[in-house]
Design a protein around this ligand. Structure first.
Ligand code: EPU
Length: 423
């Protein structure tokens, strides 16, 4: 198993290029199931989650291939759905990645049936899919649960009005894809507004879908009879970009992320500014530098355009070195403070009570062997290690490899002393 060994204390500076967004590529891959021809996703990063969904699609009979890098180093994933014969996603694959649930809506819409292993809870929370299933039922599907699998049957889905009880990103994406090929109009209320939802809507429109309202909390989809294959450039990964900028800020450095979309990162950039960092944003590039102390501030996660839960752990690592006292509140997932125990082992002063973590800044952290527990928690430990005194070892970085492409290379190029070591 690979580990990261980090010698802390280097000030990071320079420019890193952001990768394509994992959480935009995954729904685009699922959307290929709706198409009559091949779908090409340009800018798909090399990540384990993307490979896993590729395997799910192959299992169904799709052809999935990765083509070489273009001039900017961006690779393309090409999915040809024309030979799909088995609309099923087995437990072995789904258990390793919940986002496999994204195939449910497209399969129900395109093939009239789907059978996928019900995803279990995961490290960060229970994460039920009741909203996905409720929406499909409102669209006329029958859903049953048998032997750990969800089975969906639908002659042809029909449009419906769906009110989401909470903002759900993949729930909104799943039902938007289902509605694209349903008969009639679907209105989704209290829909998620994340940039990844908008990117999917944009791709579906290029495929021939009739969708409006994405980016607001009411999305209207008028079903069409068929959708064609496309070539689509995926948006930049705002979570990776935020993580790299925080790596600059936590080390008192000066980091520019090229290719980032500052408009999609407003909450994080505003909070960085509030904490004393200087932020310069222009279209396609964000620069963050910090010279003075880290100001301790309060942060609360919420659905987009609020502060993303996927940056909470990384921001907390940064706040551990703040000049006072701040509260980090997590409102999306019930168990997303697993980095806290590890940060404490480095000397951080954090008290957790329910969904709130009280962070009292300390002058320095000390390197330690640490255990990564989930994707974003792993990133927070890497950030802490970059700023800590001495050596930090981050174990189980397979979590990190699910969602960060060559993170150690990008950080090394910025001056970090970080190495991947095979144990
Ligand atoms: N929820 C339900 N019922 C549902 C759906 C969601 O109760 O049917 C709850 C969840 O348990 C959670 C909240 O609603 O408490 C929001 O969950 P959401 O459905 O929005 O999460 P998701 O779609 O499963 C995506 C990202 C996550 C990201 C969340 C929140 C993808 C593939 N995953 O998950 O990304 O944290 O939205 O923004 O898009 C990550 O990349 O590290 C990651 C976990």
């Amino acid at each position: 198993m690979d580990i990261f060994v980090i010698q802390g204390g280097e000030r990071l500076s320079g420019t890193a290029r952001v990768s394509g967004a994992k959480n935009a590529v995954l729904p685009l891959m699922a959307a290929s199931l709706l198409a009559d021809g091949p779908v090409e996703i340009v800018g798909a990063p090399r990540l384990r989650d993307i490979d896993t969904l590729g395997k799910v699609l192959c299992h169904m009979g799709a052809e999935v291939e990765r083509t070489g890098a273009d001039g900017d180093g961006r690779e393309t994933v090409r999915i040809d759905p024309r030979k799909i014969g088995k609309p099923e996603a087995p437990y072995d694959l789904v258990k390793t990645m919940r986002a496999s649930v994204l195939v449910l809506g497209p399969l129900a819409a395109r093939f009239g049936r789907a059978r996928i292993s019900l995803p279990g809870g995961c490290a960060i929370g229970a994460r039920p899919i009741d909203q996905h299933l409720k929406g499909l039922e409102l669209m006329g599907a029958r859903t049953t649960l048998a032997e750990g699998y969800v089975e969906v049957d639908a002659a042809r889905l029909r449009g419906a009005t769906i009110y989401f009880d909470m903002k759900t990103v993949t729930g909104t994406e799943n039902l938007m894809m289902a509605a694209a090929l349903a008969r009639g109009t679907t209105v989704m209320k209290n829909a998620a507004r994340e940039p990844e939802v908008c990117d999917l809507a944009k791709a579906l429109r290029a495929m021939g879908a009739d969708i409006e309202g994405d980016g607001t909390d009411e999305i209207v989809v008028r079903g069409v009879a068929s959708l064609r294959g496309i070539r689509h450039e995926v948006i930049a990964d705002r979570i990776e970009a935020s993580t790299l900028l925080l790596a600059g800020a936590i080390t008192g450095g000066d980091v520019t992320v090229a290719g980032a979309d500052p408009g999609a990162m407003d909450a994080v950039l505003t909070k960085l500014q509030e904490s004393g960092a200087r932020v310069d944003a222009s279209p396609g590039s964000v620069r963050v530098r910090r010279e003075g102390p880290i100001r301790s501030i309060n942060v609360e996660t919420s659905p987009y355009p609020g502060f993303p839960t996927d940056v909470q752990a990384q921001f907390m690592a940064y706040q551990c070195l703040g000049d006072g006292f701040g509260i980090v509140r997590e409102t999306i997932f019930e168990n997303r403070f697993m980095h806290v125990a590890e940060l404490r082992r480095m000397g951080a002063k954090i008290d957790v009570s329910g969904s709130a973590a009280a962070v009292k800044g300390v002058p320095s952290l000390s390197g330690a062997p640490l255990m990564a527990t989930d994707l974003r928690a792993s990133a927070s430990l890497v950030l802490a290690g970059l700023a800590a005194k001495g050596t930090t070892e981050v174990l189980r970085i397979y979590h990190l490899d699910r969602g960060y492409e060559a993170l150690e290379d990008k950080l090394s190029a910025l001056g970090a002393r970080i190495a991947r070591v095979r144990e």
